[in-house]
Design a protein around this ligand. Structure first.
Ligand code: ARG
Length: 508
């Protein structure tokens, strides 16, 4: 424990704070209170902080440049500190001195190189604003990756859909044959949520990309810091205005983890569809995405898809852990917040790869069009089309529904469509008129075909090939807008970080 400032000294105080060796260096930057107790390892986030090692160095650089510009630290000290930071970076996270966390370790490493003047780096800040800035900085990079993965997947799905606008397949409700659709229509039903995931992740990005730096512990600082300047240097869009909000809030982690969990939940359904379809021989998964059985020689299992399905559980668990950790925390900083970050890393590490896998499995699968065509007619799936035809000819829909339901009830097991004679008999009985008064035989026969059933359903958003072509076009436009939104943000961040590098070279 190095920071239990209200508790009596619980640690081994024999260590020499000034000795400067790596083992005791974690305590070198502060008086050696509370530093060596049995809970030291329990408290430490140093290993987990590897993920924000590079971010912390950048945050340090921006802070030091700002301190120099504001005349809070002189240029010479700034130069020595910035040079030391480069050296620490080159040595790598593994060479950091022992410390409670990466912030303390880097500061110690700087002081080891620069001497006491290195301690000016921590002027006008706290680890509280520092860590919040590091997490946002790093998460931003992960969000770029996630966004680019989602956008890439959407493009692949749209290409696959364009190839299958005429490939008729069964559509299900309650996993029962319901109405014929096309493979393209089914694929688009997943591209839609992914488009919304893009919006959600962009929103999470914008929430995340605000700088807490300069908030200090939570109550601001008497130094004349320029928070806008450090925000600009780090490529943030602005600052988190209130200093207590800046250090205490982790809703940006919730927003990101929640967006990714929503995506994972969609993916689990897509994976499940593919597992079902491969089990029914509608498609064959490419060998790259399948496994064999160690005992059953004939098996080809869609294992990758089942892992995708399970990823939703991991993401949902992470979101739950995060929310539960945050619930009921008082203002302002509490170190529970340290434990709030790993679930967000879990989400960014597991969900985008699952998306890549399921997209790969889908776009490389071989669709068995003959099986799909036969199955598309299964279970009298054109029944709704027949009722629609009668209704279009003037029969009240509820009455038309009853006519068709009457024949549907009498189908033999395995019989996919009724005889026209049976339909005529039911119509005579219920409508009191011959069926031909409404629909001629030829039209009726056509209506019993899944291809015709799909073609009829040309309402906006429906499965008819023309309606699907309109959807693909709209989706492509939406995709281009999403790609541009991601690229603009990436460019802004990259430009800012290039400027930071240039600023740093002014001092070293
Ligand atoms: N490592 C901590 C975190 O990740 C930052 C340390 C601030 N600690 C403190 N006791 N104020 O949140």
């Amino acid at each position: 424990m190095t920071n239990g400032e209200d508790t009596p000294d619980a640690g081994d105080t024999t260590g020499d704070a000034d000795s400067g060796d790596a083992a005791s260096a974690g305590t070198a930057i502060r008086r050696d209170r509370f530093s060596g107790g049995p809970a030291r390892g329990f408290m430490s986030s140093l290993a987990a902080d590897e993920r924000i090692f590079a971010a912390d160095l950048q945050v340090d650089r921006a802070h030091v440049v700002m301190l120099a510009e504001q005349g809070i630290v002189d240029d010479e000290d700034a130069g020595s500190i910035l040079a030391a930071l480069d050296d620490v970076e080159a040595a790598g996270h593994g060479e950091l001195p022992d410390a409670e966390d990466v912030h303390e370790a880097i500061e110690t490493a700087v002081i080891q190189r620069v001497g006491p003047e290195g301690g000016r780096m921590h002027t006008a800040r706290s680890r509280n604003d520092e860590v919040a800035t590091c997490i946002r900085y790093r998460l931003r990079a992960d969000l770029f990756e996630a966004l680019e993965t989602v956008v890439g997947a959407r493009e692949q799905l749209l290409d696959a859909a364009a190839e299958h606008t005429e490939t008729v397949m069964p559509g299900f409700t309650h996993l029962q044959y319901a109405q014929p659709v096309t493979v393209a229509h089914w694929i688009l039903s997943y591209e839609g949520p992914l488009a919304r995931d893009t919006e959600r992740l962009l929103s999470a990005f914008d929430t995340t990309n605000q700088s807490p730096l300069g908030a200090a512990a939570f109550a601001g600082t008497p130094f004349d810091v320029d928070r806008e300047r450090t925000a600009d240097l780090l490529g943030f869009d602005g600052t988190v205005a209130n200093s207590m909000d800046a250090t205490s809030s982790r809703d940006f982690l919730v927003e990101t983890t929640s967006a990714l969990t929503t995506l994972a939940t969609t993916l689990s359904g897509l994976a499940e569809d593919l597992v079902v379809y491969s089990g029914r021989d509608y498609l064959e998964i490419s060998d790259d995405y399948a496994s064999t059985s160690s005992i059953m020689p004939q098996k080809k299992n869609p294992d990758t898809l089942e892992i995708v399905r399970a990823t939703a559980g991991e993401a949902q668990g992470a979101l739950q852990r995060l929310l539960t950790t945050l619930k009921g925390l008082p203002r302002s900083y509490n170190i529970d917040l340290q434990e709030a970050t790993p679930p967000a890393w879990t989400a960014v590490d597991t969900v985008p790869p699952a998306l890549e896998v399921v997209t790969g499995a889908l776009t490389t699968a071989e669709w068995h069009e003959d099986v799909l065509a036969a199955e598309a007619a299964a279970g009298f799936s054109t029944a709704t089309g027949v009722a629609d035809r009668l209704a279009m000819a003037g029969v009240p829909f509820r009455t038309a529904h009853e006519v068709v339901a009457t024949v549907a009830e009498d189908l033999e097991p395995g019989q996919d469509a009724p005889d026209i004679d049976a339909l005529e008999a039911a119509a005579e009985e219920i409508l009191g008129e011959p069926l031909t008064a409404y629909v001629d035989r030829e039209t009726l026969t056509a209506t019993l075909s899944p291809v015709e059933s799909v073609a009829m359903r040309d309402s906006a958003g429906g499965p008819a090939p023309d309606a699907v072509a309109v959807q693909i076009e709209g989706a492509r436009e939406r995709l281009s807008a999403g790609e541009a939104a991601v690229a603009d943000r990436r460019e802004a961040v990259t430009g800012a970080l290039d400027d930071l590098e240039t600023e740093v070279t002014e001092y070293v």
